[in-house]
Design a protein around this ligand. Structure first.
Ligand SMILES: [Zn+2]
Length: 342
């Protein structure tokens, strides 16, 4: 048995808990998908998995949000964090005439406005859960060193906005570019640098990257070699371009299946990554509220994918299920344990 397979990884489920189908760019917000969260929580409870619901401002202040999420908080098997969309979090200062279509990123607004928006969402999410949130994911992964600074000023402990292997750089409304390039980010949790969030630093906030990898199961030897390459290495990109391997999220949906999710999880475990961070949107587990769940059958398929993944991870690998802040606390303890102090 090699050393990597002796590591017992942690399993995190981080869910953007937001309005229906934000991909559609509609001006009005609806919350039908939130009604389906109790079914999802039941699945998690069956496997002893402890999700983190990262809640948007409109959901936190909606009647259905409180109705659904408060009992889940009371049961104590989940954590509530924040998920900040610039265009729906007050103060609402339009960036473009059609922000619901353009979906401005936190990296596109001034520090002062971002700080105000983050303070507002932190307050309403705290009112919802009865506890100040300490975990966060940026809307559309719009996260940079200024976002990091604001989170640390608000005493957040964990962020999960970084997506290794991926870049979100695209044209912006100014004619320039927007979005963060995360291709060189580590797969494993790290303390991001205040000089650039894809680099390691020594701040108090831990970054737990979203889990994704290449979809073709690779022999451990090759997977390990790939892991040692700089993450922006052209070889990895070339593998993707040739179609030999594709990039895959550790997330359920129409483009994947349970076997493929298990393959991605196995590859990450083989690389020695100590956390599996399954990310999706609340709207992706309800019918007709996301592009990946157009029908009831799509929803059932996504549920089945999660069952296959949990059967493997919980029963076979025997992962440690943790919420995001529970992971942050346990990671801190590992680092400060006396035998690791050198
Ligand atoms: Zn979102």
């Amino acid at each position: 048995m090699d050393t990597a397979s002796n590591i017992r990884p942690s399993l995190l489920i981080t869910i953007d808990t937001e309005s229906d189908d934000l991909w559609a760019g509609r001006p009005e917000l609806t919350f039908e998908n939130i009604r389906h969260i109790p079914r999802l929580q039941k699945l998690f409870d069956n496997y002893g998995v402890r999700p983190t619901y990262l809640v948007s401002y409109p959901v936190a202040t909606s009647e259905i949000g409180g109705h659904v999420l408060k009992p889940i908080v009371r049961d104590g098997n989940a954590e509530i964090g924040s998920h900040m969309h610039v265009w729906t979090t007050p103060p609402l200062v339009p960036v473009t005439p059609e922000d619901h279509r353009y979906c401005p990123l936190a990296t596109e607004i001034p520090y002062e406005l971002l700080a105000e928006k983050m303070a507002n969402i932190t307050r309403v999410v705290g009112e919802l859960s009865g506890k100040r949130p300490v975990s966060h994911r940026a809307g559309r992964f719009g996260f940079d060193h200024i976002g990091l600074r604001v989170l640390q000023e608000l005493s957040y402990l964990a962020d999960t906005s970084v997506t290794p292997l991926m870049t979100w750089v695209e044209p912006s409304y100014t004619g320039g570019q927007r979005g963060t390039d995360f291709r060189s980010a580590p797969f494993e949790p790290y303390y991001p640098s205040e000089g650039g969030v894809t680099r390691r630093g020594s701040g108090p906030l831990i970054e737990v990257p979203v889990s994704s990898f290449l979809t073709r199961p690779l022999p451990n030897r090759i997977a390990n070699r790939l892991a040692r390459l700089p993450r922006n290495n052209n070889f990895v990109r070339a593998l993707r371009w040739t179609g030999f391997v594709r990039h895959g999220w550790l997330s359920p949906g129409r483009q994947t299946n349970g076997r493929r999710l298990v393959g991605i999880a196995r590859a990450l475990i083989a690389l020695g990554v100590p956390t599996l961070n399954v990310m999706f949107h609340s709207s992706e587990m309800a019918p007709k509220t996301s592009p990946s769940t157009r029908t009831e059958a799509d929803v059932e398929d996504s549920y089945q994918q999660l069952r296959v993944l949990f059967e493997y991870l919980v029963h076979k690998v025997k992962v440690r299920p943790l919420t995001l802040s529970e992971f942050a606390a346990s990671y801190q303890r590992t680092l400060t344990a006396p035998h690791r102090s050198l």
